[in-house]
Design a protein around this ligand. Structure first.
Ligand SMILES: Cc1ncc(COP(=O)(O)O)c(C=O)c1O
Length: 400
């Protein structure tokens, strides 16, 4: 067996399942899960219809790994409309089967494990795939704690120079899971300068970019590069997805864009890995990237929900409206003595509401787990259910 497999950590949802295995949720309440970040709003009918229509011809041949030109052009047009950046659809765009597999595969393409001390830098807390991708590529993750005092910005400035010197890949998550924070231009500038100095690749995970709560849409990695005069997007790849934007997590569709000299070997890797997108999914994806009306409506639903729920929880917890994404990253009140796991267990037992302990989304470094004392609540269910969950949480905390 591949010995690196034994380095993988149990997935947070598996840890949550074990944590509550002996808990009997209060039977007087219907179960509400804020634990898993899976979009639950309805899939737009036109996407379903385009997919169904394309089945007639779409299943009879092997698709090309590089995707149809029509899809790549739809992705490039979206990038231009959304971020004002121009990419060459033939050389700077590649369809992927959702960002999860692409985040993983990119590490396998980029990392040279024969170079001593191969390191992947990622935020802490973080989306768990970054760590698994690094480990299976033969690299060691270096975790950068996010700073609650600075809108949860990862402390890139605290990474020692000797770590940057052996870093081959940096994962950026903006908007962040679980914090919802958007990375500002000055942080991008710092990372680009470090990348120029040390030669590492930046993978910018932007799959929550269309769900936001401020007037301005979140800054994207390619957009930041273009603003700083880096039009070749050197050593930068952005990854995005239809899962959250268009409520199609089951369609497995996204794309990557950026540095053509990275896209080329990535395509080669993917050809061998066998990551080509079904032609029917490609047709539905091109239609989805070409429509904004459903995205605006989707965002409206999230905004309405967060406007209702956040003020309720603000009364009893350290929580506020995030920049973007669909999570509340809430501090556990003092009565639980920073135990996010105990909070999650008691809330489930007494009010049948599931939340994810923040410590499961982070790693302990130097005796400190930056997720400890927080819980992640995914506001993915409809507004009424999320409001009901918030009412129960308020009652739960007040009655402690
Ligand atoms: C930060 C982050 N990146 C990537 C993904 C993967 O999404 P998908 O593979 O559906 O694009 C998720 C899913 O929850 C996520 O939270």
């Amino acid at each position: 067996m591949n010995p690196l497999l034994s380095k993988l950590q149990p997935y947070p949802f598996e840890r949550l399942r074990q944590l509550v295995a002996d808990v009997t949720p209060h039977p007087g309440y219907t179960p509400i899960s804020l634990g898993i970040g899976e979009p639950k709003h309805a899939t737009p009918a036109f996407i379903q219809q385009t997919l169904a229509d394309a089945l007639g011809t779409g299943l009879a041949s092997y698709p090309a790994t590089g995707g149809d030109p029509a899809l790549r052009e739809a992705c490039a047009s979206w990038l231009q409309a959304r971020y004002g950046v121009r990419v060459n659809p033939a050389t700077q765009v590649l369809p992927v089967l959702g960002t999860r597999e692409a985040l993983f595969a990119l590490a396998q393409t980029v990392i040279d494990p024969t170079r001593p001390g191969a390191t992947v830098v990622c935020p802490n807390p973080f989306y768990q795939i970054y760590e698994g991708a690094a480990l299976l590529a033969g690299a060691t993750p270096h975790y950068v704690a996010s700073d609650p005092a600075r809108n949860f910005a990862p402390r890139w400035d605290q990474v020692p120079d000797e770590v940057w010197a052996r870093t081959q890949l940096v994962y950026v998550c903006s908007p962040g899971n679980p914090t919802g924070a958007v990375m500002p231009l000055d942080e991008w500038k710092m990372l680009f300068e470090l990348s120029d100095r040390h030669g590492f690749v930046i993978a910018s995970d932007e799959c929550y970019s269309e769900i936001y709560f401020r007037a301005d849409a979140p800054l994207g990695g390619l957009e930041a590069a273009a603003k700083l005069g880096r039009d070749d997007f050197r050593r930068l790849i952005m990854l995005t997805s239809l899962s959250k934007r268009s409520n199609v997590p089951g369609m497995r569709s996204g794309f990557v864009a950026g540095d053509a000299s990275l896209i080329k070997p990535f395509l080669l890797y993917r050809t061998y890995h066998g990551s080509a997108m079904s032609p029917a999914v490609q047709a539905a994806s091109a239609a989805a990237w070409g429509d904004e009306a459903h995205v605006i409506e989707n965002r409206r639903l999230y905004r309405e929900k967060f406007e209702r729920v956040t003020p309720m929880l603000e009364q009893v917890m350290d929580v506020r409206l995030p920049d973007a994404a669909f999570y509340l990253w809430a501090g556990v009140p003092e009565a639980w003595n920073s135990s996010d796991t105990q909070f999650a267990r008691e809330l489930l037992a007494q009010y049948n509401v599931a939340v994810l302990p923040g410590s499961y989304l982070a790693r302990e470094v130097g005796g400190h787990n930056p997720g400890r004392g927080r819980v992640r609540m995914a506001l993915v269910a409809d507004t009424a259910e999320c409001v009901e969950a918030a009412e129960r949480i308020v009652q739960f905390i007040r009655s402690k």
